[in-house]
Write a protein that binds this ligand. Sequence first.
Ligand code: ARG
Length: 471
Amino acid sequence: MSKKSPVSRSGRFAGGPAAEVAQFTESISFDWRLWKHDILGSLAHAAMLKKIGVLTRQELAAITRGLDAIGKEIKAGKFKWKAELEDVHMNIEAELTKRVPAGAKLHTARSRNDQVALDVRLWLREEITGLLGEIADLQRALVLLGEKNADVIIPGYTHMQRAQPVYLAHHLLAYVEMLERDCERLWDCHSRVNVCPLGSGAIAGSTLPLKREMVAKLLGFVNDGGAVQVTQNSMDGVSDRDFMIEFAAAAALLAVHFSRLAEDVILWAGTEFNFIKIADAYTTGSSLMPQKKNPDIAELARGKTGRVVGNLMALLTLLKGLPMTYNRDLQEDKERLFDTADTVRATTRLLAAMLRNTKVNKAACAAAACDPALLATDLADYLVRKGMPFRQAHHVVGAVVALAEKAGKPLNKLTLAELQSVEPVTGTKYFGRDALGVFNLKTAMAKRNITGAPGTKEVAKQLARWRGRLS
Ligand code: ARG
């Protein structure tokens, strides 16, 4: 292929690039998906060109009609993308110019460098808003699962060893908190995405009296306080990809949170835990072992974290040592960006759907949570209430645990005499007849009522708080 490209190469070049060069340098195969934002940017730019007298009213009308028609064809899948036109910007502009002579004026004081910077910002702005909505839905699914099983208690784990009892809802709400911080990070990143670079030109702005604020306002680059946001340095405007890296970083952390949730789900769905049952439609079978029901959504959520973290690394490396200003290297940003956004959005959606189709096995949870060893710390707290220093209480309860192990019975089956047998001989008896009452799980849960604790009242309060916030 050595066709002359009608848009960018006319004049300086004798012919189009060699076929293998065109194939190596094209980006239309992936940046076509910026078409809507490219058209929106062109419409705003054209309106501004009319305002400063570069376009007549009729020319603006013709360009607007032409771009609208092209947009409709793209949407309907009828537009023919041409690889020899390299990218989405040139494909749309070339087609417009073929149909509308005034299209040749559209690129006045604009370069693909500020155009692509604009398009990805517009695209990402929308993606972040969409993703935030989907994360809220996943939070709602977690809250709902907690509410439906409000009375379910499970062991909480540290080092994967049973530690202390918690309400299942408390465990699930830990993820709701993580996801909320992810939302805050994404929204913070959004404020830096939401700045208009158009008018930066190729590198050095323009000698024409562009109305940058007008374009920015038309495209909604306005902050919470209503102030129009435009980039303040043309060189930075065309080469900055910080906003993209920030998004990739926030998304990577989100994916890491997904991987932790996924791991819990995988463990809980396993025969050894048996805490939950995921509905058939949200699991897959084995091609060989007929009995298998695999938690593939959770496994893929965990696995996809690798590519999202990898995309962040790729973007950081892409920017590292890149001289000012635009370099073609930057074309490599888009696939990483698209992949990150697509991956976290799909994962968010599927995790929410999976959780909505998950049932809790209350009997298995109760069997695991009734282990009295989970309340050994409560027994130490009992001694503290009686005036014993905590370090000593910890030691005494340790001896109680050893005694129970030796006697081959659970902690709550020890007698008062056995408890008292390990107390230091000081004259005061710390263990009283009420000591074994510590092992009543229900009262134990009722006692944990400081802010953030997994107590009965506190968890109900947190569930209600999240229910209200997310509705
Ligand atoms: N496809 C290019 C990209 O994604 C658009 C900008 C091209 N600019 C240039 N001077 N060749 O970065």
